[in-house]
Design a protein around this ligand. Structure first.
Ligand SMILES: Cc1cc2nc3c(=O)[nH]c(=O)nc-3n(C[C@H](O)[C@H](O)[C@H](O)COP(=O)(O)OP(=O)(O)OC[C@H]3O[C@@H](n4cnc5c(N)ncnc54)[C@H](O)[C@@H]3O)c2cc1C
Ligand SMILES: *[C@@H]1O[C@H](CO)[C@@H](O)[C@H](O)[C@H]1NC(C)=O
Ligand SMILES: *[C@@H]1O[C@H](CO)[C@@H](O)[C@H](O)[C@H]1NC(C)=O
Ligand SMILES: *[C@@H]1O[C@H](CO)[C@@H](O)[C@H](O)[C@H]1NC(C)=O
Ligand SMILES: *[C@@H]1O[C@H](CO)[C@@H](O)[C@H](O)[C@H]1NC(C)=O
Length: 518
């Protein structure tokens, strides 16, 4: 399981003393304001002994431990009133908040800035309960919970309920739901965000709003329009989904010598049109294509399906591993020897830094191009990997404007490119590989716009410029915004204009406000 292993090995804790330029001059009134509503043990300044450990505990990419603009304050609220106070005090004192849930942002925007500025991190790590209601098959999930904590609580509710989100158990609900969120059940049940039915938001005025109070445009925007832009989402109400008591997992590696080029070429046309219960992704690394599958059913039902639809892969009974859905979560991501309890572990070991980019494929890539990808790009010394997630089924049947996430009908699969390097290195060769490979891929992937997945954040697509009126520029934002959101970018900007016209909540890729009449 190339993907699981490289990601599982990809992290071990690096003790680093950050060099922090103190900007404490402006702090007094902000801190005083916070102290009136928030207990002091939930507030950290750069001189607090545990400041660095609290900050670093939520950093998931070692390249962001140093050499970047860090926060001046960290707030770890335990309830909604604390979050409301943080927003009100921040606005009064011109201190912006970076909201952090699981800290997995690929550009680290939940805790770092690319520009010099004094900001606070609002770390939701202490707001993370999961309340499952088996009578209605729903759950309220707080943003600071990890996917693992949410899945674990749902698993406790029985072997026939589940939730369709991402694979990595330490990813935070807050950022994941905000940007869409997909995993092994995306063909059956769509995005995590497609299954959200209510939410609680603290807006830029410090108001606590549910679905009705925030209004339909904002409720639409927070389900895929990416984090930070619309306020702090504290909690999400989701529908649970039905799974059979037995699911089947398989992992079949095929090397180039064994015919990976042919099998992969065929996979592109087969995987997006299989029955929705069957999901087969591919991790392409070195000279191997690893076919990883979750089937919502038994091996007895899977084998004839594979025989009739995708015999080229050669799946037989020895490949089948039957288990419950909740057992499949650690099995698929952490490996065969992991247990269900392991998905509660929030500690990530970090020994490598990484860089990711993404694409969408709407037309099968030809065999000769795959030959070049294996023969040239993946064979290089500093090569990374590709993860191919097939679409079709539910994720593709939702209308393009039903949520901000526009990569629906017509998408065959998503590509994630990723490369790794030692935590202490600069990664220049690996960064160059991913940039050059992405340039090579341009003719073979979606264009006008070249689509990208917002949750695989990539600042190389473009970053905001603060323009007239001190707000992020709508026109500049189009460059990256239309790649992530296509035609939905404008409606997102209008929702932003409704809920936060002053652009208080912002980062390098937050949605700029478009105020109607402008
Ligand atoms: C190892 C790894 C595996 C991954 N696997 C998958 C996968 O299988 N499927 C998939 O779809 N994605 C996957 N991702 C991408 C992941 O979904 C995104 O990085 C996601 O945004 C992370 O959420 P977070 O809460 O952990 O991150 P954070 O860094 O905490 O937040 C991400 C962004 O959202 C904002 N934000 C966070 N919380 C809130 C909130 N409560 N309200 C408003 N804004 C908020 C932050 O300010 C930031 O801009 C993976 C990422 C990593 C690093
Ligand atoms: C939040 O906690 C504070 C104590 O810090 C308490 O006074 C307040 O009532 C709590 N608010 C809510 C909504 O629970
Ligand atoms: C199943 O497939 C594997 C490898 O693809 C092969 O080694 C094995 O012989 C096959 N088993 C049967 C029973 O066909
Ligand atoms: C949690 O994961 C980390 C990193 O993989 C590991 O070092 C640690 O032992 C795990 N903790 C538990 C309790 O399993
Ligand atoms: C630190 O950041 C600068 C500017 O972004 C960059 O040129 C340099 O390579 C970085 N150093 C490391 C060790 O990453």
């Amino acid at each position: 399981m190339a993907m699981s292993r490289s990601l599982a090995l990809a992290f071990f804790f690096i003790c680093s003393v950050a060099s922090i330029s103190s900007t404490l001059a402006a702090t007094d009134s902000f801190l005083q304001c916070l102290s009136a509503s928030i207990p002091s043990q939930l507030l950290y300044t750069q001189s607090s002994p545990s400041f660095t450990s609290v900050l670093d505990a939520g950093i998931r990419n070692p390249k962001f431990l140093t050499n970047t603009t860090k926060p001046v304050w960290i707030i770890t609220p335990t309830n909604a009133s604390h979050v409301q106070a943080a927003v009100v005090c921040g606005r009064q004192n011109n201190v912006r908040l970076r909201i952090r849930s699981g800290g997995h942002d690929y550009e680290g925007l939940s805790y770092r800035s690319e520009r010099p500025e004094s900001f606070a991190v609002l770390d939701l790590v202490k707001i993370r309960s999961v309340r499952v209601d088996t009578a209605s098959n729903t759950a309220w999930v707080d943003s600071g919970a990890t996917l693992g904590e949410m899945y674990y609580a749902i698993g406790k509710a029985g072997s026939r309920v589940a939730f369709p989100g991402g694979l990595c158990p330490t990813v935070g609900v807050g950022g994941h739901f905000s940007g869409g969120g997909f995993g092994m059940m995306l063909r059956k049940y769509g995005l995590a965000a497609d299954n959200v039915v209510d939410a609680v938001l603290v807006d830029a005025k410090g108001r606590l709003l549910d679905r009705n109070a925030m209004g339909s445009d904002v409720f639409w925007a927070i389900r895929g329009g990416a984090g930070e832009s619309f306020g702090v989402v504290l909690s999400w109400k989701v529908n649970l989904v039905a799974v059979p008591p037995t699911v089947t997992v398989f992992n079949v590696p095929v090397t180039v010598r064994q015919g990976a080029v042919d099998v992969l070429t065929r996979w592109q046309d087969v995987a997006p049109v299989l029955p929705d219960d069957l999901f087969i992704r591919v991790v392409v690394q070195g000279q191997t294509a690893n076919f990883q599958s979750l089937y919502l059913g038994t091996c007895d039902a899977l084998l004839p399906l594979m025989q009739s639809r995708f015999p080229e892969l050669g799946v037989n009974r020895t490949h089948c591993k039957e288990m419950t859905w909740i057992q499949s979560v650690p099995y698929i991501y952490l490996g065969a020897s992991s247990t269900v309890e392991d998905i509660l572990n929030r500690t990530i070991s970090m020994d490598t830094s990484n860089k990711a980019k993404s694409d969408y494929v709407r037309k099968s890539i030809t065999k000769d191009v795959w030959t070049t990808i294996f023969g040239s790009w993946l064979a290089r010394p500093n090569a990374g990997l590709m993860i191919l997630d097939p679409y079709g089924g539910k994720i593709s049947s939702v209308a393009e404007n039903a949520t901000p996430f526009p990569h629906r009908g017509g998408v065959l699969y998503n590509i994630q490119y990723m490369n790794f390097w030692a935590a202490t290195g600069a990664g220049d060769a690996q960064k160059a590989w991913i940039r050059d490979f992405y340039a090579f891929m341009a003719p073979y992937v979606s264009s006008s716009p070249r689509e990208a997945y917002a949750n695989y954040r990539d600042n190389e697509l473009g970053v905001n410029v603060v323009g007239a009126g001190g707000v992020s520029s709508y026109d500049t934002g189009k460059v990256w915004g239309e790649k992530y959101f296509k035609g939905n970018y404008q409606r997102l900007a209008m929702a932003k204009g409704q809920i936060d016209p002053d652009d208080y909540f912002r980062n390098e890729q937050s949605i700029p406000p478009l105020v109607s009449g402008k």
